[in-house]
Design a binder for this molecule. Structure first.
Ligand SMILES: [Zn+2]
Length: 398
C-alpha cells in the first residue's frame, strides 16, 4: 500500500469529463446539472458542462464514462492507533482498505486502542500531539486522517486544553471513555475545549467493551458536545425515549455508526426527519472495534438508511459528505469551487436490480467504486472491495 506524505498543492490540472450523475454532497441541492469538473493544485476550480469550461492544459484527463461522481466519503468516527495498523483486531492496511470503500477522510474519536494508553495528564497530552502529527504526515493511500483526539480525565485543567490547542490538537476523543463520566465535569471540560477551538464528541449508550461505561441522555445533554457520538450506540443503544430526548433537547450533530444498533439508527433518522433536521445526520463506522473493521461501512450505512429509512439515495450520500464537512469545518465533502478535489466515482453494481445507481442504493445494494481521487490525484482505480461497478472511469490522457 502507498504511504504518501501530504501532497503540497502542485501545478497539476485534472479534468474529469463525461460525468453521468454529479452528487454535490449538499442537502439543499444534492444533484448538480454538470458533466465536467476541473481541479488545479488539488482544489476544484470549475464545475459545469463540457464546452462551457476551460479544459485545456490538463495534466490528467479522466473519462468518467457516464458514471456517478460524489465527494469522497467522510468517516466521522474511527479509532486509529499508529500508521495503517490496528491492534484491536491486529490488522494492517485497514485505512487503505477503507479507501477502496470510497472513504477519503477520517476523523478520530480517540486513539483508544493504543496498547498501554497513558491516562495521566502529561501522557495523554503527549499521545494526542503525537497522533495529530503522525497522521498528518503519513496518509495511508492518501487518506486524510484527522487524529490526535485526547480522552479527557478528571485531573485536567483549563490550561491543558489551551496547551493542546496551541500544539495543533483540534479534536477531543469520545467523552466517557476516560475517567470523566459525569455531566458537570464533562460540560466544564467540553466548554474549555470549545473556547480554544477543539471540537468534541461523546460516547452515547452502554459500555462498548469491558472497562467503558454507560453514558445516558442526561450526561449527553449536559456535556453538550459538538457531535452526539454514535447516538445509535456503540454497540448498545439507549432506549428510544432517551434517543428522542437527545434529538429534541439539542441542535448538535447526530452521528449514526455502523458498529451500532441499526434499529436505533433508523429510529434516530425518523426523528431527525420529523424535526426537519436531516442536516444534523452524519455517518461513521466506529471502527476498528470489537466487531471489526468495515471498509464498506460508510457505503453500507448509506444503503441501510436509504433503503430501510426511506431517504433518497442522493440525500443519504450527503450524510457522509457535505453534512460532516460543514459540521466538522473540513475543506472537502462538497462539490464547490475552492474545495479539495477529493472524489469517489461509482456506478450501479453489476446485476443490481436497480436501473440506476440511486435506485440500486434505495433497493439496499451497494454501488461499485471505479476510482478514488484525493487532492486531485487518482489514488485507486477499480475497487478491490466493492461489488464490481457496471462501468468504470478511465484515465485517457496525461
Ligand atoms: Zn464509543
Amino acid at each position: 500500500m502507498a504511504h504518501d506524505a501530504p501532497q503540497a498543492a502542485g501545478p497539476g490540472k485534472l479534468v474529469i469529463r463525461n460525468i453521468g450523475l454529479l452528487l454535490s454532497g449538499a442537502m439543499e441541492k444534492p444533484i448538480l446539472d454538470a458533466d465536467m469538473i476541473v481541479a488545479e493544485g488539488g482544489k476544484i476550480t470549475a464545475i459545469g458542462r463540457a464546452g462551457d469550461i476551460d479544459a485545456s492544459g490538463a495534466t490528467t484527463i479522466v473519462d468518467a464514462m457516464g458514471t456517478t461522481l460524489a465527494p469522497g466519503l467522510i468517516d466521522s468516527h474511527v479509532h486509529p492507533v499508529a500508521g495503517d495498523w490496528t491492534p484491536r483486531q491486529n490488522q494492517i492496511g485497514w485505512i487503505d482498505s477503507f479507501l477502496h470503500g470510497g472513504v477519503t477522510t477520517m476523523i478520530s474519536a480517540g486513539e483508544v486502542h493504543m496498547p498501554g494508553r497513558p491516562r495521566d495528564v502529561i501522557g495523554l497530552k503527549a499521545m494526542a500531539i503525537f497522533a495529530q502529527r503522525a497522521f498528518w504526515t503519513l496518509r495511508p493511500g492518501g487518506v486524510k486522517v484527522h487524529a490526535g483526539a485526547p480522552v479527557i480525565e478528571t485531573e485536567m485543567v483549563e490550561e491543558d486544553f489551551k496547551e493542546l490547542a496551541a500544539a495543533g490538537v483540534k479534536l477531543l476523543g469520545e467523552v466517557g471513555l476516560g475517567g470523566v463520566k459525569d455531566g458537570p465535569t464533562a460540560r466544564k471540560m467540553v466548554g474549555w475545549a470549545r473556547k480554544y477551538g477543539i471540537q468534541s464528541t461523546i460516547h452515547t449508550g452502554g459500555p462498548s467493551i469491558p472497562g467503558s461505561g454507560l453514558i445516558d441522555k442526561d450526561v449527553v445533554l449536559e456535556a453538550d458536545t459538538d457531535v452526539i457520538g454514535h447516538i445509535n450506540g456503540g454497540h448498545t443503544a439507549l432506549p428510544d425515549d432517551q434517543i428522542r430526548c437527545i434529538c429534541e433537547g439539542c441542535k448538535r450533530g447526530l452521528e449514526l455508526v455502523h458498529n451500532g444498533n441499526e434499529r436505533s439508527a433508523l429510529y434516530t433518522l425518523r426523528i431527525a426527519r420529523e424535526m426537519g433536521d436531516l442536516n444534523r445526520v452524519i455517518l461513521g463506522t466506529d471502527s476498528p472495534a470489537g466487531s471489526g473493521v468495515q471498509p464498506l461501512g460508510i457505503l453500507r450505512m448509506i444503503s441501510l438508511l436509504s433503503s430501510l429509512g426511506e431517504v433518497p439515495a442522493e440525500i443519504a450520500f450527503c450524510f457522509a459528505t457535505g453534512n460532516t464537512a460543514r459540521m466538522r469545518a473540513l475543506d472537502c465533502g462538497l462539490i464547490e469551487v475552492g474545495r479539495s478535489a477529493d472524489f469517489v466515482i461509482m456506478d450501479r453494481a453489476q446485476h443490481s436490480p436497480g436501473k440506476t445507481i440511486l435506485e440500486s442504493v434505495q433497493l439496499g445494494d451497494l454501488p461499485g467504486i471505479g476510482m478514488t481521487i484525493i487532492d486531485g490525484i487518482v489514488r485507486t482505480q477499480r475497487s478491490r472491495n466493492t461489488p464490481p461497478a457496471g462501468r468504470i472511469p478511465e484515465i485517457v490522457g496525461h
